[in-house]
Design a binder for this molecule. Structure first.
Ligand code: ATP
Ligand code: MG
Length: 367
């Protein structure tokens, strides 16, 4: 059922004449750090403060006298914000939720509250309070929490599985002479090899979820990239992608753990291949890998023309366990980010939906 107020929000625009508002209050509302939007009992927008115009990136006074529908069809309003406002409208007005989180295309967050009904004399007051800093702290806390939890979980799994494996290994060695007598020595060999393989898998899991202390060595960037591209070339070919390594100029040497560095670049190339296979058009998948010097740093880039990412994915892609893939663990990038931070560097990313993605790893160069 649509209420009378919901209906009135859908009415066409009408000429609006500003009411007799106390100028002092208007000044306060105008300069407050939250965005404010006031609709009257007929669903007409009667007031919007400076901050609100800036949040929505609208020209001053361009929307007064509009209904919500007209506000949503305003050509100055970006598509992204329209979607967000529509979702907020649905959640708060239709479903009656008291709050909503509004996020814009630049990744800034606002908590939207609605005050309506009797106390607003049938009108509706929307307040937008910025919570981007709080969100950042929340995300970092969540990330650290998940990593700590994963560390504990994997350590306890390793402990629980490694212990019985060691016992089995010992008993098989004791049985070895008897199996030899029976002419079944081969069995012992197979069991031992399989136990060692299981141990290796546990070790791999532990090191991939919690990067170990780097084994520092000098790494020529050109050799590192060449090797990783060689390693992935056949896989790329099978997935119908072309992978190319840009020619590198000059000697660029970084200091770090070569295994961990390879793991990072491999993670990104794998993600690029997966983004290409998930794209739903016939264009040829292309992955480009390269590096260039930028002052005292090297910028290693991995770019693809795959499916790209929307703002929500971009916001969360470094969070542990965040994945959009059916079989993904969501650990690839969170571990990569940790490795690069341990090496004194940082990762940046730019992406467009259906066009592609570019990851850039910046690391300090050895002078
Ligand atoms: N090149 C890319 N193009 C498009 N989306 C990407 C790209 N790289 C990462 N992503 C997005 O970021 C998410 C997180 O990536 P991450 O590597 O951490 O985990 P995953 O690839 O999902 O799983 P795993 O790496 O454990 O197999 C992916 O699920 C995907 O949505
Ligand atoms: Mg991945």
């Amino acid at each position: 059922m649509i209420s009378q107020y919901q209906e009135s929000l859908l009415l066409p625009a009408r000429t609006f004449q500003s009411g007799p508002m106390n100028t002092t209050y208007e000044d306060v509302l105008e300069h407050i750090d939250s965005g404010i939007m006031l609709f009257d009992e007929e669903g007409i927008l009667t007031f919007m403060n400076k901050q609100m115009y800036s949040i929505l990136e609208l020209n001053r006074h361009s929307v007064l006298g509009c209904t919500m529908v007209h506000l949503l069809s305003n050509i100055q309003l970006s598509r992204f914000k329209k979607k967000q406002l529509l979702r907020g409208y649905h959640e708060m007005i239709k479903l009656g939720n008291p709050g909503y989180e509004f996020v814009d295309e630049y990744g800034r967050y606002w908590k939207v509250s609605l005050c309506s009904g009797e106390q607003m004399k049938g009108g509706a007051l929307f307040t937008f309070k910025e919570i981007s800093d709080y969100k950042l702290i929340e995300q970092t806390a969540y990330q650290n929490d998940s990593l700590a939890m994963l560390g504990k979980l994997s350590a306890s799994i390793a402990h629980e599985i490694r212990n019985p494996l060691t016992a089995i290994r010992g008993f098989i060695q004791l049985l070895h002479p008897h199996l030899h007598q029976l002419g079944k020595e081969e069995y012992a060999k197979i069991i031992l090899a399989e136990i060692d393989r299981a141990n290796d898998i546990i070790h791999e899991f532990l090191t991939s979820s919690k990067p170990s202390v780097p084994q520092v060595a000098m790494i020529p960037v050109a050799a590192l990239l060449k090797e990783v591209v060689l390693l992935t070339e056949s896989e790329a070919l099978m997935k119908g992608c072309e992978i190319s390594l840009h020619p590198l100029h000059g000697d660029m040497i970084i200091s770090g753990d070569i295994k961990q560095m390879k793991q990072v670049v491999l993670n990104m190339i794998r993600n690029a291949m997966e983004a290409i296979t998930e794209k739903v058009d016939d264009s040829v998948g292309k992955i480009e890998v390269g590096a260039r010097r930028e002052g005292a740093e090297v910028r290693i880039f991995i770019s693809d023309n795959g499916k790209g990412m929307d703002i929500c994915t971009l916001d969360r892609l470094f969070n542990p366990f965040f994945t959009t893939k059916e079989n993904g663990t969501g650990l690839g990038l969170s571990v990569s980010e940790k490795i690069i931070k341990n090496h004194g560097g940082y990762i940046s990313v730019s992406s467009r939906v259906n066009e592609g993605t570019r990851f850039v790893i910046s690391l300090p160069l050895i002078q």
